[in-house]
Design a protein around this ligand. Structure first.
Ligand code: SF4
Length: 451
C-alpha cells in the first residue's frame, strides 16, 4: 500500500532558506501546504530542476487527476482509499445524458436543466458538472449536429459518447478545442480513438466490460501512444460485480499500479436504460459514488432522485478533518426589535442551516445567537462541554444581545436542557427549553415564548 507523504519527505527537497517568496513563513510550512494542495510547486522560485522532479514524483496523487471541459472539471487526484485517512479532494462529477435522436424540445429542456441546476445545502451550492452526448443513432452526421447544437447552448463540460470513430472525429472537428472527454476507446478501436485524443489533446475513457485485464491492456496501449489523461469504465450494472471492479481498480491505484491509477467512470444511466428505473439508477449511482466513482453519467433528472445523490456526494466529500461550521455571533431574522425572541444554536453548519431555514419558514422575527462549539452539533457539544453555561454566558456578553432587547429571556435547544439551571444562575436570564426539533420553533414561539 502507498506510503503516506509527510512534511519531512517534502522538506528535504526544498531550498531551506525561508525567503517567504511563496507566501509562507518557512520552507517547512510551504511543504505542509503542498501536501494540502493549497500551494503549488511553481510558487517557490528557488526550486532546482532535480528537486522539482523528485517533488513532482512524491506529490503525484495515487489516482491520476484528469481535467476536461470548457468549464474545467477535475476528477480523480485522490490520495487515499478511505476518506478518514486524509480527505478526498475532487468530488464525483455528475453528467446528465442526452442523445442525437432526442426531440428538439427534450434536448433543450435537458441542456437548460443542467445549465441552471443549483441547490443550496449547508452553505454550499450543489451543481451538475457535465453533459454526456450519446450517438444513439450510430449516424456520424446526426451526432455532429447534436454536438454542435449542444455546444452552442452550454459551457458545461461535454462527454462525447460513440462507438463510431467517424462520429467522434466529426464531433471533435467542431468542439475539440473545448477539451471534451472522448468515450470510448476499446480493444478494437484504441488505435483510432487514441489518435483522436493525441490530435485534439483531449482525455479519453477506456471501456472494457467486466474485464480488468482487457481494460489494463487498452490503457497500456494508449500510454504507449503518449496519452496520460485516461479514465476507466469497467462496465456498470446494479450489483456486486460492478462494485468489485471499482474496488479492485481503486486498490490497484493505492498499490501504485501505474497503469490502472485512473479516475473511474460509472454509468448508472446504463442501469436505467437497460430496463431499470429511476430508483434503481439512483441506487446504482449512490453505490458507485461510495465506492470510488470519480465521474457518473445519469439519465433521470427527476428531483427526488437527484437530491439524495447530491446530498450523498456532499457528505462523502466533506473534509473529515474540519467540522463544517459557520461563523459564530448574532444573526437577525426578519425585522427583530427590542421585544423579539432570542434563540440559541451551535455553529455546526448542518444544525445552523436547519434552524435558520425553520425560522425563515415560520416567519419569526428574532435574534439567533450562534455559539462557537467548534463546529459540533448540540447533543455532542453538551456532552463535550463546548456548549456549556459558561460559554453561553461569554457569548451573551460578547454579542451584546442584552443591549438589543429589553427582556432577559432566551430559548436554548431542547437537547441542551440539562444546562438550563446552571445557565440561569450564571447569567441571570430566564432560560426556556426550546423544542428538540427546530421545525417546531414556530409553534414554540406562539405558545411557550408568548405565554
Ligand atoms: Fe522556502 Fe521556496 Fe518558500 Fe522561499 S519560496 S520560503 S525557499 S519554499
Amino acid at each position: 500500500m502507498r506510503k503516506k507523504v509527510g512534511s519531512l519527505d517534502i522538506y528535504k527537497y526544498l531550498p531551506k532558506i525561508n525567503c517567504k517568496k511563496c507566501g509562507e513563513k518557512t520552507c517547512m510550512a510551504f511543504g505542509s501546504q503542498l501536501i494540502e494542495r493549497k500551494v503549488e510547486l511553481k510558487d517557490c522560485p528557488h526550486l532546482k530542476r532535480e528537486s522539482l522532479k523528485s517533488l513532482e514524483e512524491i506529490l503525484a496523487p495515487a489516482v491520476r487527476e484528469v481535467v476536461f471541459g470548457e468549464l474545467p472539471v477535475s476528477i480523480g487526484g485522490e490520495e487515499v482509499l478511505y476518506r478518514h485517512e486524509l480527505t478526498y479532494f475532487n468530488q464525483t462529477a455528475i453528467a446528465i445524458d442526452i442523445h442525437d435522436e432526442m426531440g428538439k424540445e427534450e434536448l433543450s429542456k435537458r441542456i437548460k436543466f443542467v445549465n441552471n441546476f443549483s441547490h443550496e445545502r449547508i452553505g454550499e451550492t450543489l451543481t451538475l458538472q457535465a453533459i454526456a452526448i450519446r450517438n444513439r443513432s450510430g449516424d456520424a452526421a446526426k451526432f455532429e449536429k447534436c454536438v454542435e447544437e449542444t455546444a452552442k447552448r452550454t459551457k458545461k463540460a461535454l462527454i462525447l459518447c460513440s462507438w463510431n470513430f467517424e462520429a467522434l472525429n466529426k464531433a471533435l472537428e467542431i468542439i475539440g478545442h473545448k477539451k471534451p472527454l472522448i468515450y470510448a476507446a476499446t480493444k478494437d478501436t484504441w488505435k483510432e480513438v487514441g489518435g483522436l485524443a493525441v490530435k485534439y489533446n483531449c482525455p479519453v475513457a477506456v471501456f472494457a466490460d467486466n474485464d480488468i485485464s482487457e481494460l489494463k491492456s487498452v490503457v497500456n496501449a494508449l500510454q504507449r501512444m503518449g496519452i496520460d489523461d485516461i479514465v476507466v469504465d469497467p462496465g456498470s450494472r446494479l450489483g456486486p460485480c460492478t462494485l468489485q471492479l471499482f474496488v479492485m481498480l481503486r486498490r490497484s491505484a493505492m498499490d501504485e499500479d501505474k497503469v490502472l491509477n485512473r479516475p473511474i467512470l460509472g454509468v448508472p444511466a446504463a442501469v436505467y436504460l437497460q430496463g431499470g428505473n429511476g430508483l434503481k439508477e439512483a441506487m446504482a449511482a449512490s453505490l458507485m459514488m461510495a465506492k470510488y466513482a470519480d465521474l457518473i453519467i445519469l439519465h433521470n433528472i427527476e428531483i427526488w432522485a437527484l437530491l439524495p445523490i447530491l446530498t450523498l456526494r456532499q457528505n462523502l466529500y466533506t473534509d473529515p478533518r474540519r467540522p463544517v461550521r459557520v461563523e459564530a455571533g448574532i444573526k437577525e431574522f426578519g425585522s427583530p426589535d427590542e421585544n423579539s425572541p432570542v434563540l440559541l444554536t451551535t455553529n455546526f453548519a448542518l444544525t445552523y442551516y436547519t434552524v435558520a431555514s425553520d425560522i425563515e419558514s415560520a416567519k419569526v422575527d428574532c435574534y439567533l445567537i450562534v455559539l462557537d462549539t467548534d463546529g459540533i452539533g448540540v447533543e455532542a457539544a453538551v456532552a463535550g462541554r463546548q456548549l456549556s453555561a459558561s460559554r453561553v454566558k461569554k457569548a451573551i456578553d460578547e454579542t451584546g444581545i442584552g443591549k438589543k432587547v429589553r427582556h432577559k429571556k432566551m430559548a436554548i435547544p431542547g437537547l441542551a436542557a440539562r444546562i438550563s439551571g446552571e445557565l440561569e444562575q450564571l447569567c441571570g436570564w430566564k432560560i426556556l427549553i426550546g423544542p428538540n426539533d427546530s421545525s417546531d420553533i414556530g409553534k414554540f414561539i406562539e405558545g411557550r415564548w408568548k405565554a
